[in-house]
Design a protein around this ligand. Structure first.
Ligand SMILES: *Cc1c(COP(=O)(O)O)cnc(C)c1O
Length: 357
């Protein structure tokens, strides 16, 4: 706290990211990619490492925007790029969620940055409890309400649960809320779920958010994007150009373009991570864990006999980082990022030791 701060800074509740340790540890705590980016990314960055860095980058990332539009079979005017999907989400909150005091609806357990942005932008919100099995209850988002919601946001697959709604369930939500933006954060969609981009032809209120941080292994480059109607994207552009016209630096644009274009590498590693996830799930179950079904690059697991906070701590002393949340209902779970087969084996070995001690 400081007497020099603007008034509203005192009330902010900043997002707390997973730890980035200084010393070498097995990092299974922030859902980074197990393998790293395509070799083509390194070549592309090297080719751009020259005096042209004195020039400003393309303000709307023209080449990358076209490549992403082609990838998803939409028009370039339907693509909005940002400095990580967190920034894309910030502009979405600012552009679409401040409507006459109407509330934003979101699950009580989901990506915790949404609440941070609600405080930051002063967006009123109503939390909808997940069902007993941690799935999103469609009815909470479709029933008649005295006040029409301003918008709806959730992650699909959801984080940190890993559970997934079907496209038909998302279509039901979009159809019931024609005057509200329905934002689907698909940070993990490439690990086995279906993208709601397929619904954009039927619904002009759906906004799909993607990131290159997880499935393209570019968390360090900070590239995310939204796909929506050109009308919604035009609003997002207005906000971006009133805030920072150059959110993606030249190297980030170059790296992202190379990553998106190397489909063979993307698919090979994506499938390897899915295979590791299915094996890790079975290995954890064999140790007595309950594991929620996951279509992401992490699993969400709980052990009926062992306290999650203690497990987290004991893994830490063995140089293994996983994520533990203290929020009610999920405080007995650990979120474990899918590593390489060797990393998963190291984790399972450590768990075996801890559980038999
Ligand atoms: C990782 C993550 C993001 C943020 O991605 P960045 O592009 O790295 O900012 C957004 N939403 C969810 C659900 C995530 O897990």
């Amino acid at each position: 706290m400081s007497r020099f701060w603007s008034d509203h800074i005192h009330a902010l509740e900043p997002y707390v990211p997973g730890e980035q340790p200084q010393q070498k540890m097995l990092k299974l705590n922030t859902n980074e990619h197990a393998y790293g980016p395509s070799p083509k990314v390194f070549e592309a960055i090297a080719a751009k490492n020259n005096a042209d860095l004195r020039l400003y980058p393309s303000a709307d990332s023209t080449d990358l925007r076209q490549a992403i539009a082609a990838l998803h079979q939409v028009q370039p005017q339907q693509v909005f790029l940002g400095n990580g999907s967190d920034e894309v989400l910030a502009h979405i909150f600012n552009t679409l969620f401040l409507r006459d005091g109407r509330p934003l609806l979101m699950p009580d357990i989901t990506y915790s940055f949404y609440k941070t942005y609600c405080t930051y932008f002063n967006v009123p919100y109503e939390l909808q409890a997940l069902a007993e099995d941690f799935s999103i209850c469609i009815e909470d988002y479709t029933r008649e309400r005295a006040i029409t919601p301003a918008a709806i946001i959730f992650a699909n697959p959801n984080a940190p649960t890993g559970r997934t709604l079907s496209l038909e369930q998302i279509a039901t939500i979009a159809a019931a809320n024609p005057d509200a933006a329905v934002v689907v954060d698909e940070a993990y969609v490439d690990f086995g779920a279906e993208s709601a981009i397929a619904l954009l032809g039927r619904f002009d209120n759906i906004v799909v958010v993607h990131t290159l941080s997880k499935s393209y292994a570019l968390a360090g480059m900070r590239v995310g994007y939204a796909i929506a109607s050109s009308e919604i994207v035009a609003g997002l552009q207005r906000v971006k150009d009133s805030f920072n016209s150059y959110p993606l630096d030249s190297l980030a644009q170059t790296a992202a373009l190379a990553a998106v274009q190397d489909r063979a590498y993307f698919d090979e590693k994506r499938l390897a991570i899915i295979a590791s996830r299915d094996k890790l799930t079975k290995d954890l179950q064999a140790l007595g864990f309950q594991v929620l079904p996951s279509k992401t690059n992490f699993v969400f697991a709980t052990h009926p006999q062992v306290d999650a906070a203690q497990l987290h701590q004991q893994l830490r002393t063995r140089q293994i980082l996983v994520r533990h949340f203290t929020q009610k209902r999920i405080e007995q779970f650990l979120r474990i990022t899918i590593g390489t087969p060797e990393q998963c084996a190291t984790l399972i070995e450590a768990m075996r030791e801890i559980l038999s001690a």
